[in-house]
Design a protein around this ligand. Structure first.
Ligand code: AMP
Length: 584
């Protein structure tokens, strides 16, 4: 039995499997190993996944979606053409597409999967990921943490010496840092912290907004008034951002208010971005990167010097300024031998291979740290006054679970009859910044001065069930309250319904996927090209669509090659016989 490894990412996803020669990535229908985690619904109701969806969204920002991983485990839905889609269903479309790629590659569907999730994912998010796999009819052996997968990809699980690894993952929309301890096949995520609203998109946004500022425009206003112009400008800025990771500067073409590009590139409709300038604009973002890094070091009680290696994950760690920041902070060159976009899928496939051979590493810390701080509301004394609303942490974030901790609180006024224990989770100083989990009352308190002691014990188990016990110290009277994890996975009936719904959506036929993606790319580029280019492009696209209708594969391939050449090089390799019979 093959067990593939899947990185279900916020921006991009990938699938790999273990061969005798080591891990290997499985290409998608376009021959690429990265599939953008984007979903779109075409005019005729066909589902577009990956590059085709990403290109389609530049032209139709309202008919596609991406970054839905952020909403896993919540009720947030997106709606296209009057139909709602849950984050599980959207993730299932990506998983199904990856599964199809593997089926096509292996020639059979006899495989299972290890799927990766961020280390900080809580129960609800993990359950949602498993539900997404069930909707995609993919059999998941196990979820593993992304930083664990990255560490395995670098082979540290085989190391005899203990190693302290810091995994720094800067993707398209999220930033995660994890402290991973590895020793003789045991992989332990000691602490994990992140910023779920910091990623490559923010760096792209900086370029776009600075360019608009230089032209006397505001990003927010333009986005509201001219969304198409902004989606195209962002596309251009992302290209430039990637280019200046390996060169000094890049030119960004600025579309007009309708989103179209002028025929000629002039100083008015373009902007040359220099790397140095980009790094200056990004200084605030860079500072924000330090916060989770320092937090993870503190949470794992590591000093800067105790980090043996830093592993880079995520496309945005290719930016030289990010690598320099790491090198400056730790005085070591970060590990980037493996492609940062692929390292998680590769690690997951190695883990899958070990499971398949029954040689899996000793079970790793998957859900065995509390992802959030758990505590109760208390009042604080200010002079003679007590102010309610403060969080008293009882089980701290990142503490190993199962865990049982006790803290003593006391009454705040004489003859107090009862105490209401309000339980919260979160990192805020005040409970208003945390999530309310439940409450219960301890009554019949003995009469007396203020300051009667009550012990509050929190016992948190591996299934996310929190048992809270309050004991009045003087009388030993105990009150218990159980807060079950909020996770409500989907029922089998709900999964079946989603499977059926997904089956009814028109999938983009696999053999045509490459052509559909080419057409979507051409459509995007068409709208961005000059009048002159448009004429030629229009002619080739017409021939292409006509050949697709006719279904003559060799003719389609021929025109596809011609269209692809034009998109890449901006001129036509045309020979008249390509125009095809019946056309014109
Ligand atoms: P990931 O989610 O890990 O696939 O990361 C995707 C993000 O990485 C996107 O925001 C890309 O713009 C960004 N990215 C990919 N390659 C580069 C590069 N060479 N330089 C800068 N950013 C990059």
């Amino acid at each position: 039995m093959i067990i593939v490894g899947i990185d279900l990412g916020t921006t991009n996803s990938a699938i790999a499997y273990m061969t005798d020669d080591g891990p290997k990535l499985i290409p998608n229908s376009l021959g690429k190993t990265l599939t953008p985690s984007a979903v779109g619904i075409d005019a005729d109701g066909t589902v577009l996944v990956g590059d085709a969806a990403k290109d389609y969204m530049v032209v139709h920002p309202d008919l596609g979606t991406t970054a839905f991983k952020r909403n896993m485990g919540t009720d947030a839905k997106v709606s296209f053409k009057g139909l709602d889609y849950t984050p599980e269903q959207l993730s299932a479309m990506i998983l199904r597409s990856l599964k199809n790629d593997a089926e096509h590659y292996f020639g059979h569907s006899d495989f299972q999967a290890v799927v990766t999730v961020p280390a900080y994912f809580n129960d609800a998010q993990r359950t949602a990921t498993i539900n997404a796999a069930q909707i995609a009819e993919l059999n998941v052996v196990r979820l593993i943490n992304e930083p664990t997968a990255a560490s395995i990809a670098y082979g540290y699980h085989e190391s005899k010496d203990a190693k302290n690894l810091l995994v720094v993952d800067l993707g398209g929309g999220t930033f995660d840092v994890s402290a991973v301890e590895m020793f003789e096949g045991v992989v332990d995520v000691k602490a994990s912290f992140g910023d779920s609203y910091l990623g490559g998109e923010d760096f792209t946004h900086v370029i776009a907004s600075e360019i608009l500022k230089s032209k006397g425009m505001s990003f927010e206003e333009m986005e509201f008034k001219h969304p198409l112009m902004i989606s195209r400008l962002k596309y251009e800025c992302e290209k430039a951002k990637i280019a200046i990771s390996s060169q000094d500067n890049a030119i960004v073409r600025i579309p007009n208010l309708d989103g179209a590009f002028d025929a000629e590139v002039t100083p008015e409709n373009s902007f040359k971005v220099w790397r140095e300038q980009f790094e200056m604009w990004s200084s605030e973002l860079l500072e924000r990167l330090r916060v989770p890094i320092n937090r993870v070091l503190a949470d794992s009680s590591w000093s800067v010097g105790s980090v043996d290696e830093v592993i880079l994950v995520g496309g945005s760690t290719r930016m030289p300024m990010v690598r320099n920041l790491i090198a400056d902070m730790f005085s070591i060159e970060p590990q980037c031998r493996l492609n940062p976009d692929e390292v998680v899928a590769i690690g997951a496939s190695i883990q899958g291979g070990l499971y398949a051979d029954n040689k899996a590493l000793k079970d790793m810390a998957v859900t065995d740290i509390a992802p959030f701080t758990l505590g109760v509301e208390v009042s604080r004394e200010f002079g003679n006054e007590f102010k309610p609303g403060y969080m008293l942490p009882i089980i701290h974030r990142n503490r190993k679970i199962p865990s049982s901790q006790v803290k003593r609180v006391s009454t705040v006024y004489p003859d107090q009859k009862e105490v209401v224990v309000k339980v919260y989770q979160g990192e805020g100083r005040k409970v208003s910044q945390c999530t309310f989990l439940g409450e219960f009352t301890i009554g019949n308190l003995p009469k007396g001065e203020k300051g009667q002691d009550i012990d509050i014990r929190f016992s948190y188990d591996l299934n996310g069930v929190l048992e809270v016990e309050a004991t009045v110290v003087a009388t030993e009277q105990t009150t218990q309250h159980i807060i079950a994890s909020k996770t409500r996975g989907l029922t089998q009936a709900e999964i079946d319904e989603s499977i059926e719904r997904l089956r009814q959506l028109k999938p983009s036929p696999r053999d045509k996927a490459r052509w559909t993606a080419l057409l979507k790319r051409a459509e995007r580029q068409y709208e961005q090209s000059t009048l002159e280019e448009r004429e030629t492009m229009d002619a080739i696209m017409n021939v292409f669509e006509f050949s697709m209708m006719e279904g003559d594969k060799s003719q389609i391939e021929k025109v596809a090659k011609r269209l692809d050449f034009f998109l890449e090089n901006g001129y036509d390799l045309n020979t008249d016989e390509d125009e095809g019979e019946g056309w014109k």
